[in-house]
Write a protein that binds this ligand. Structure first.
Ligand SMILES: Cc1cn([C@@H]2O[C@H](COP(=O)(O)OP(=O)(O)OP(=O)(O)O)[C@@H](O)[C@H]2O)c(=O)[nH]c1=O
Length: 621
């Protein structure tokens, strides 16, 4: 539902939010705006000293974020958006500008500065209208800012560190999130709350009114007192029955004072116009159609990986479609279409000279890159994709679908499905290796594990996490415990290095064989594969192997208790259904499981991306 009619002005336009902030996305989609999200690559490094005021800095940063996205999209043929929205939130205290903390110490410095004091939160917003003429991009920028003052209570050291360890401060200006745990630190707020969260929605609507309903001379003469966005209206088609055009006013925005006057008059015009417009059109289902197309985009990405397009382009670029087609042994017309979609998805750059990899493709999609996800892509293409084609059966039957894909009974998930041949096993291990490498550093550093001198990574596969643990804790000896076939192949994944002496592999089945002894057990993305019975079996084995004081590091994607919000976890839950015997669980469910098996003092840290890490201590039985 669209309460603010001026939002309707944007419904039929291609609107892009140039922001990775999930809060901004939520605020704007809750307001009924339909938009694509293209995070800006503009580095927030403007010289703060060169701005007379903090809000000028925030507005300029917002503008640069939006312009970077507009330019990038325009360069990618036919992708010029109509409107790009950029925003930047900063916190100011005692003349200092605070942005997102770079690490926990930085968060500590910021929050201790804010403790017991009042500070300002400024969000600068830029609305960039784009058009293209003779392949030239033309932009018109309208910008504004909003200020809110926030007062913090006195924060004790203990509360401060507990808050920092929750992980919440790290992606937030000033190191806090008023909308979540950080709300507990706040004594009072003066001004727009959503401005603190990251987007001043009210001011944004007023700005749109100024842009889309330029005042007529007679309106300017009427005294208009109230200071609100236009009256409530639902799904009104704001097509311009009586002139005015659907394009925004063709004037640059003036000073703040000028804008305020014109804005009030503009609102009156808007209300008048709302009463004049009568035709109704439901909002265009952009998001729905994007969801529908999602599987086609995934398949295009997976096919390009399978054909090793990104490997060829990493070796030599730019290259034209027919050259790549001959290298990947495919038709020129098909290859060109695939490459164009990859460019539209932001995986390739397309210029007159041909196609080249983007940084993302070089980093993650080429098979020889250090953090390559190529193996994971192949596992998705060759295995998971097929399983998902039977999603309907999985839902009806409540079980995985390997038997349908393989045409035979699958008793043992790993031996009969993933490890049924050396090729399928290697592909699975490569996939797990890529994913584990990507997240291993975060897992290894989520908690201070320095009190342990030995660890056992149960189901640790290629040893990617073991390696990071060894790097982080030089006196830690890590045993990777996995099936004999896995241990045999794992040696191929071991780079030489000083950590090699700290890592050992032990072969066995964690459901049947004794676990190697250790002070810390690690179960990283293991439990979600298994039914409740098997989870109990494994946890009781781990508990039996532990002395009091031993630790258990559990890493999973946690669902929220209501199973409503954690989209990554919910998709993973579906994934577990079609692929495994297990499911995702919530923090509460894991806490109960851990306590049932004698593990207490459970600490939880949310890691970047979708994973959560839990550390619990074994108490005396
Ligand atoms: C004070 C406060 C800030 N934030 C978030 O802090 C980020 C600011 O950083 P930014 O540079 O403006 O944005 P970003 O997250 O880097 O995204 P981008 O727009 O891509 O630069 C935004 O996320 C905001 O929500 C909250 O979620 N709650 C709060 O109480």
């Amino acid at each position: 539902m669209v309460l603010c009619p001026v939002i309707g002005k944007l419904l039929h336009k291609r609107v892009v939010l140039a922001s990775a902030s999930p809060r901004r996305q939520e605020i704007l989609s809750n307001a009924g705006l339909r938009f694509e999200v293209v995070p800006s690559r503009f580095k927030e490094k403007l010289d703060k000293a060169s701005f007379a005021t903090p809000y000028e800095y925030a507005m300029e940063t917002a503008k640069q974020k939006a312009l970077e996205v507009a330019t990038r999209m325009h360069q990618k043929d036919l992708r010029t958006p109509d409107v790009v929205i950029g925003a930047d939130t900063i916190v100011t205290v005692g003349g200092l500008i605070l942005e997102k903390p770079v690490d926990k110490q930085d968060a500590y410095r910021m929050l201790s500065r804010l403790s017991g004091k009042e500070h300002s939160v400024f969000t600068g917003v830029a609305i960039v209208h784009c058009s293209s003429n003779d392949r030239q991009l033309h932009t018109r920028v309208s910008e504004f800012y909003e200020e809110t003052t926030v007062k913090f209570s006195e924060l004790s050291e203990e509360l401060l560190w507990e808050y920092i360890h929750s992980g919440e401060p790290m992606d937030k200006a000033g190191g806090y999130g008023i909308q979540a745990l950080g709300g507990m630190l706040v004594e009072s707020v003066h001004g727009d709350f959503l401005n603190v969260v990251g987007f001043p929605l009210n001011h944004f609507c007023k700005q749109l009114v100024e842009l889309y309903y330029p005042p007529r001379p007679e309106d300017l003469r009427q005294p208009v007192q109230h200071d609100s966005i236009p009256a409530v209206d639902t799904f009104e088609d704001l097509s311009d029955v009586e002139g005015g055009g659907s394009e925004p006013a063709q004037r640059e925005t003036g000073s703040r004072d000028e804008k305020a006057e014109v804005g009030a008059a503009g609102q009156a015009t808007a209300e008048a116009e709302c009463h004049r417009t009568r035709a109704t059109l439901p909002p265009f289902p952009t998001r729905l159609l994007e969801l529908l197309d999602g599987f086609k985009l995934s398949k295009a990405l997976l096919t390009a990986c399978k054909l090793k397009v990104f490997d060829w382009l990493k070796r030599e670029a730019p290259q034209k479609a027919p050259d790549i087609a001959s290298k990947v042994d495919a038709s020129a017309c098909g290859t060109e279409k695939l490459l164009d979609v990859c460019a539209a998805m932001g995986l390739l750059e397309k210029t007159q000279q041909g196609y080249s990899n983007t940084e993302t493709a070089n980093l993650y999609l080429a098979s020889d890159s250090e953090y390559s996800l190529h193996g994971f892509m192949l596992q998705n293409n060759d295995v998971i994709w097929n399983l998902f084609t039977y999603l309907e059966f999985a839902i009806r039957e409540g079980r995985n679908q390997h038997h349908r894909v393989l045409g035979k009974k699958v008793e043992d998930l790993f031996q009969d499905a993933y490890y049924r041949s050396p090729e399928t096993q290697l592909r699975f291990m490569q996939a797990m290796h890529g994913v584990a490498k990507l997240t291993a550093r975060q897992v290894a550093t989520a908690f201070d594990l320095s009190r342990f001198s030995s660890a056992c990574d149960v189901g640790g596969c290629t040893g990617a996490l073991a390696r990071e643990l060894a790097r982080e804790y030089p006196r830690l000896q890590v045993t990777v415990f996995d099936l004999p076939d896995v241990v045999e192949l794992a040696v191929h994944f071991q780079p030489a290095g000083p950590q090699a002496a700290q890592i050992h592999f032990a072969a066995g089945d964690f459901f049947r064989d004794p676990l190697p002894s250790a002070e810390l057990y690690v179960l990283c993305r293991i439990l979600h594969n298994w039914s409740d019975d098997k989870v109990h079996k494994l946890l009781s084995k781990v508990a039996e192997s532990c002395k009091p004081g031993a630790g258990l590091l559990l890493v999973e994607t946690l669902l929220d208790e209501e199973k409503r919000e954690a989209q990554g976890g919910l998709i993973q839950s579906l994934n577990m259904l079609v692929q495994t015997e297990g499911r995702q669980r919530s923090r509460g469910e894991y806490q109960c499981l851990l306590e049932l098996h004698g593990f207490h003092q459970v600490q939880v840290v949310h890691l970047e991306g979708v994973l959560d890490a839990m550390l619990a201590t074994r108490v005396a039985p």
